[in-house]
Design a protein around this ligand. Structure first.
Ligand code: SME
Length: 161
């Protein structure tokens, strides 16, 4: 595994995703430890896009519990159906929030965060085992391109454990 990334930040968003996906694959494919792979995935995404916050919440005892992340400290537990993360878990679907102030029940871990995308992570029985949460300090930072490629990120990760 190479320990440095090559990311050309002059490229557009989609090209950056295309550049990092094979590097993510190389980073996680020979490592079977799930937490180690989640941690490196956060670091890679943070380096590629410099988002405000990127991290994982993992389902434990019917709650989402904070997992590996990059960014400011965050709330540690989220109930099913609460906030964007708990809603993505409950509805088992990706949620894009262009303006968090317009999302009822949004959990403000940081007042700097203005938009976000949350994707559920599915286990082998199609149950939700966690979520990937990405927050931006800019409005409307995320769209269908992010949804598509972050789903690909999760697919690569699921092949690693
Ligand atoms: N934005 C989340 C809470 C987690 S923090 O933003 C890291 C939510 O409303 O689910």
């Amino acid at each position: 595994m190479s320990e440095s990334l090559y990311i050309d930040k002059r490229l557009g968003k989609e090209e950056i995703y295309l550049q990092i996906l094979p590097q993510l694959k190389a980073l996680v494919q020979d490592e079977e430890d799930w937490i180690a792979n989640l941690a490196n995935t956060c670091a890679l995404l943070k380096e590629a896009f410099n988002w405000w916050w990127v991290g994982f919440y993992l389902v434990k005892n019917q709650e989402l519990v904070l997992g590996p992340f990059q960014g400011p400290i965050a709330c540690t537990r989220i109930a099913k159906g609460k906030g964007v993360c708990g809603t993505a878990w409950q509805q088992q679907k990706t949620i894009i929030v262009p303006n968090v102030h317009e999302f009822p029940g949004h959990i403000a871990c940081s007042s700097a965060s203005l938009s976000e995308i949350v994707l559920p992570i599915f286990g082998s029985n199609q149950e939700v085992i966690g979520v990937l949460d990405v927050d931006s300090e800019f409005l409307a930072c995320f769209d269908e391109i992010d949804a598509r490629y972050l789903e690909e990120v999760l697919r690569i990760l699921s092949q690693s454990n």
